[in-house]
Design a protein around this ligand. Structure first.
Ligand code: SF4
Length: 216
């Protein structure tokens, strides 16, 4: 796949979704790294509206790792009541807070190597933090990004890391930093998992529709 086609596709998606409201995490871009990291953990596998609601209360009660660590476990789980895996998430948040306070003086590290040393932080969360909190050229790969890049025909893989390498190779820094928000919006509204809306897709002409057996 030509580099120009990949950039062109992203540009079309950028124009198409320019007026759309971005996800809570995307709207938090540039905020305190503590908030980005906590927001990312809370948001895993839940709807954006739920993430927004939970974070509003959570940041009101705890706007630093110290304060989060001081929260009673039951209180934290109660705040996460709408989130899937609330017990696991509450434990992860407490463990991460403790580790960052103990080993990093309360400051979120700004390199992938250090972030991945912290238990509870995986490659996707690390990339979100590096991109959204530190404005570095990393892209979190989620299920939307994986599905869309395969369908369009840019890559054939099930591995998130392969998609990340391919996008880094083919996109300039600014486009790369914004691409995740576009894939999320496109995957949620048009290139949905089952029977995508190809007839009203702005990148229809550029898409190979790999594996798409049924579309609308
Ligand atoms: S044409 Fe269809 S499969 Fe291709 S990106 Fe658009 S919605 Fe997805």
């Amino acid at each position: 796949m030509e580099k120009d086609t990949i950039s062109k596709t992203l540009k079309i998606l950028q124009n198409h979704f320019s007026q759309e409201r971005k996800t809570t995490l995307n709207r938090m871009r540039g905020e305190d790294p503590y908030k980005i990291l906590v927001g990312c953990i809370v948001s895993i596998n839940i709807k954006d509206e739920v993430t927004e609601k939970i974070l509003e209360e959570l940041f009101e009660k705890a706007d630093s790792f110290e304060e989060l660590l001081k929260l009673e476990q039951e209180e934290l789980e109660r705040m996460l009541y709408l989130a899937r895996y609330r017990k696991i998430k509450a434990n992860t948040l407490k463990n991460i807070s403790k580790e960052i306070l103990d080993k990093y003086n309360g400051k979120v590290p700004d390199t992938k190597e250090e972030l991945l040393k912290i238990k509870g932080i995986g490659p996707k969360t690390a990339n979100v933090v590096l991109n959204f909190a530190f404005n570095k050229p990393y892209i979190p790969i989620d299920s939307n990004t994986l599905r869309i890049t395969n369908r369009i025909g840019w890559i054939t893989t099930e591995k998130h890391a392969d998609v990340e390498i391919m996008l880094i190779k083919n996109l300039d820094e600014t486009t790369l930093k914004n691409a995740n928000a576009l894939f999320m919006l496109h995957g949620k509204t048009i290139c949905v998992p089952v029977s995508p809306f190809c007839s009203r897709c702005p990148v229809n002409e550029l898409c190979a529709k790999v594996g798409v057996e049924k579309s609308r």
